[in-house]
Design a protein around this ligand. Structure first.
Ligand code: MG
Length: 221
């Protein structure tokens, strides 16, 4: 089924690929007991993972430890390959806040066994994404954003995207070289520290402070 992202002005963009960057904030790498990798670590989520604002995250029965990871999501506006970092801004339609919902126990097992993260990161409803803030309002610049995530009204994650180890420019460039980029692609740019468990009944609230918010409920699948 086709999925559509929505700009704050109501314009729609058909969702294409969902790319995600692992370990892009040093304090989160620390809390996971890892280091910032030499080259970007990229994984993907299928479009069936997408959840719009106001939607529901379904926790699968085969995991007992599901984590929230709040992230800046970069939404691509036009196709491109081999994009230079200084041209990246021309390919960005806008910015959203997303939650990289993660089955931490399944991921830990996959890591230990040297297996891919497809299930841990790509299960149904693992990618809530807010409405999109149009990039046009930033006058050709890629801004920094304040990220915030609350669970049941309590702040769990708070950071500024300037703390990212790899910039939006460099990530757009890297992904365009490896995969190419298409209009409607989303890039989850990594989570700051403070990840934690979510359970049925939780209400998740995330924001790019001053720009856009995202609300999700959590239930058992
Ligand atoms: Mg993540």
């Amino acid at each position: 089924m086709k999925k559509f992202l929505e700009l704050l002005n109501g314009e729609k963009i058909e969702l294409a690929n969902i790319y995600c960057i692992a370990s892009n904030y040093s304090k989160h790498a620390e809390e996971m007991g890892t280091k910032i990798p030499e080259d970007p670590v990229v994984f993907l989520k299928p479009t069936s993972a997408y959840v719009p604002d106001g939607g529901t995250i379904f926790l699968p029965s085969f995991s007992n430890n599901v984590h929230h990871e709040v992230e800046l999501v970069v939404v691509i506006g036009k196709d491109g390959r081999n994009i230079e970092p200084n041209e990246a801004v021309d390919y960005i339609a806008g910015y959203a806040v997303g939650i990289d919902v993660t089955l931490r126990d399944i991921q830990a097992k996959a890591k230990a066994e040297g297996k891919p993260w497809g299930i841990a990161k790509g299960f149904y409803t693992s990618a809530p994404i807010s409405k999109i803030v149009d990039s046009k309002q930033f006058n050709g610049k890629i801004p920094f954003f304040e990220l915030l995530l609350k669970v049941n009204g309590e702040i769990r994650q708070k950071a500024n995207t300037r703390e990212m180890e790899r910039s939006v420019e460099s990530l757009v460039s890297f992904i365009s070289r490896v995969f190419s980029l298409s209009a409607g692609d989303c890039i989850f740019t990594g989570t700051p520290e403070g990840v934690g468990k979510i359970v049925p009944g939780d209400n998740l609230y995330a924001e790019l402070s001053g720009f856009v918010t995202l609300n999700c409920s959590v239930v058992n699948y």
